[in-house]
Design a protein around this ligand. Structure first.
Ligand code: FA5
Length: 366
């Protein structure tokens, strides 16, 4: 009778489809009023010999059934992998959040600012949306001047300048130049056409209009040009304008300051050269090239080749006249350095377009 009961229970366990049916089986046979429990309870009324034999058998069956129920429950319970997935070790150390970092061009700009600030230059900023006057006319590039082609840019339809005109002092404390116009508007919108500035040279004009010499500033910022892109040219890029005006500032001062800058930026091995060149807003004008001793990775550039880094020269008398300075009293130098090219030389980057690709595999290397 006992072994029959055992078979019945085992069959039911085998056929059970869920946890609930297993619990029903348990309650029906092993619960307080269960059939097997009843058998076990009735043992006490049997003679001793029979009680011992039946008792052992009934307990064995009980154990076996409990074991099978346990296995059965395991089958229907949530899979263990799911448990592992959802399991949280609250004692584990926290995950380090990903910390973003500055774009390589920003890092280069900060380094450049730091070096020039240590040489007494203030850092100023001008608007990216400029008027034709500041980008061209005031820089001695009147309409129809062929040099306008060199700085072909994007012309705008709307008559709004939304970029704030800021100046930063030696300690990098930002303050806005007093323009007489609400914050965010350039100091002079003379009704001429608007454009995206092709160079940072307009900041020279804006600064000199509101300050008296002697002065030394740098003006980093974004520039735009309507030209075909290649490995060293893009339609947007960064420049740092430099301007130093005084009673007797000469090309020798320019050379000395630049040499010091390059030495601190690249290291003592750096070689630079000045080449005569033409810009309407300087006289004489030159271009500055850099030679790196190390093997260059710039596309199409063989080892030991020069890379043009900046245009420069002595400020043209007409520029001084445009801002109300007497050219007989003052002289100075100005330069416009390509920040992207500086970064390319520093990090040995072969293509300027990588800076603007937004490719994290590239950007995470800096
Ligand atoms: C100028 O823009 C003059 N404003 C520089 C200047 C300032 C001359 C003050 C005299 C006095 P240029 O067009 O050569 O000059 O540009 C200067 C530098 O900007 C170049 O040497 C180069 O490093 C960088 N540059 C110019 N065009 C691009 C471009 N499309 N992509 C990346 N960098 C450029």
């Amino acid at each position: 009778m006992l072994s029959q009961l055992k078979q019945t229970i085992l069959k039911k366990i085998e056929k059970a489809k869920d946890l609930k049916s297993l619990e029903d089986i348990y309650r029906r046979f092993l619960g307080r009023k269960g059939e097997l429990t009843g058998v076990l309870r009735s043992l006490k009324d049997l003679p001793e010999k029979e009680r011992r034999e039946k008792g052992r058998l009934a307990n064995q069956i009980k154990q076996e059934i409990e074991e099978k129920l346990k296995i059965g429950r395991g089958k229907f319970q949530v899979p263990s992998s799911k448990f592992q997935e959802e399991w949280i070790d609250i004692t584990a150390p926290g995950l380090q959040p990903t910390v973003s970092h500055l774009h390589p061009i920003t890092q280069i700009r900060q380094k450049v600012e730091e070096i020039f600030q240590s040489m007494g230059f203030s850092v100023v900023e001008g608007p990216e949306i400029e008027t034709e006057y500041y980008n061209f006319d005031a820089l001695n590039i009147p309409k129809e001047h062929p040099a306008r082609d060199l700085w072909d840019t994007f012309w705008l339809k709307r008559d709004v300048i939304a970029t704030p005109y800021l100046i930063r002092g030696k300690q990098s404390s930002r303050k806005q130049l007093t323009t007489g116009l609400p914050r965010g508007f350039a100091s002079r919108n003379d009704g001429k056409k608007l454009l995206l500035r092709a160079h940072t040279s307009p900041v020279q004009i804006r600064y000199m209009e509101t300050h008296q010499p002697p002065l030394r500033i740098i003006a980093p910022g974004r520039c735009f040009r309507h030209e075909a892109t290649d490995a060293s040219h893009d339609v947007q890029f960064y420049q740092v304008e430099g301007l130093m005006v005084g009673k007797d500032i000469s090309v020798a001062n320019f050379r000395g300051i630049l040499q010091e800058f390059f030495k601190r930026f690249f290291g003592p091995e750096i070689k630079m050269r000045l080449r005569p060149s033409y810009f309407p807003f300087v006289e004489p004008g030159f271009e500055v090239d850099i030679l790196k001793n190390q093997k260059s990775k710039i596309k199409n550039q063989k080892e030991g080749e020069w890379l043009e880094l900046m245009g420069a020269g002595m400020v043209h008398p007409n520029v001084f006249k445009a801002v109300g300075y007497n050219p007989r009293d003052w002289q100075g130098f100005a330069f416009g350095m390509g920040l992207d090219r500086l970064a390319m030389l520093k990090y040995k980057i072969e293509d300027i377009r990588l800076f603007y690709s937004g490719d994290l595999r590239f950007l995470k290397q800096f």
